[in-house]
Design a protein around this ligand. Structure first.
Ligand SMILES: Nc1ncnc2c1ncn2[C@@H]1O[C@H](COP(=O)(O)OP(=O)(O)OP(=O)(O)O)[C@@H](O)[C@H]1O
Length: 260
């Protein structure tokens, strides 16, 4: 069981306040969606939640402990992040990439244990990458790279997984597949998403960011509304509950106003 809590996170770069007093909480089994227009601060927030960046103000706690005080290797056993565009420089295979997820469990020169191999194989299987295990990273499509990075993060066997737009290269089947998978695992999931309808369908709760501040937070029905879409994205939309799933579904009509 793991709870990730962020309180009053503020991050300033130069004279610009990129995140302003952001507070959130995610528990085991939760999928918390981070939404907001381009530049709203989603990536910046996720990097702070993963301990890759320190906020100027505010704290991130994992089960009540400040993550800034947790040794990096121990933190990596608990928290995995899948970033948006990860450059993999060497010519590595899919399996070798996924096996990087086992690094926090191994000594520097130790080879993979039987348990490591099993965990990596499981991660490759559930992300649909097992048949591609021997392929070189360089030959993969954008979606295959995204699934390989998810396999790497799952091979880390984390309690918390943080994802930055994990579905943006995936076809609809793999979008559903990935979000169903994240829902089904006993994980605390925090994910940035651009697709409001996917977020409404798969997130238990949503934080909507605008210019670094929380505009709305709560259940999808509360956050995915025509008035908030208009206010935050400058888009006129109609939002109705899906007759099939009950989740709110937005139909975008037109740009309603220019936003800064
Ligand atoms: N290291 C940095 N130095 C200066 N500005 C930065 C830095 N990182 C982010 N920013 C700025 O902070 C703002 C928020 O960026 P961020 O990448 O967090 O937004 P985002 O919501 O993830 O956007 P997108 O939807 O386009 O991915 C942007 O205006 C960005 O230019």
């Amino acid at each position: 069981m793991s709870t990730l809590t962020a309180s009053n996170i503020t991050w300033t770069k130069g004279s610009r306040r990129i995140l302003d007093d952001v507070t959130l909480e995610a528990h085991t089994g939760d999928v918390l969606g981070i939404l907001g227009p381009n530049g709203a601060g989603k990536t910046s927030l996720l990097r702070i939640l993963a301990g890759l960046r320190r906020p100027d103000r505010g704290t991130v706690l994992l089960d009540g402990l400040p993550i800034s005080g947790i040794p990096r290797r121990r933190l990596a056993r608990s928290v995995a992040i899948v970033e948006q565009s990860l450059e993999v420089h060497e010519d590595v295979t899919v399996e070798e990439t996924a096996a990087l997820g086992r690094t926090p469990y191994r000594g520097t020169f130790e080879s993979l244990s039987a348990e490591d191999r099993e965990t990596v194989e499981h991660a490759l299987r559930i992300t649909g990458m097992l048949p591609h295990r021997s392929r070189s990273w360089r030959t993969l499509s954008g979606g295959e790279q995204q699934r390989t990075q998810l396999a790497r993060a799952l091979a880390q066997d984390p309690e918390v997984i943080i994802l930055d737009e994990p579905t943006n290269h995936l076809d609809i089947r793999y979008q559903l597949d990935m979000l169903e998978l994240l829902n089904s695992e006993d994980l605390t999931v925090v994910t940035a998403l651009h697709d409001l309808n996917l977020a409404a369908r798969f997130c238990d709760r949503i934080i909507l960011l605008q210019n670094g501040s929380v505009s709305a937070a709560g259940y999808p029905q509360k956050v995915i509304t025509a008035s908030l879409i208009n206010e935050v994205y400058g888009v006129a939309a109609v939002v109705e509950p899906s007759p099939h799933t009950g989740s709110p579904v937005a139909t975008y009509l037109h740009v309603s106003r220019r936003i800064n």
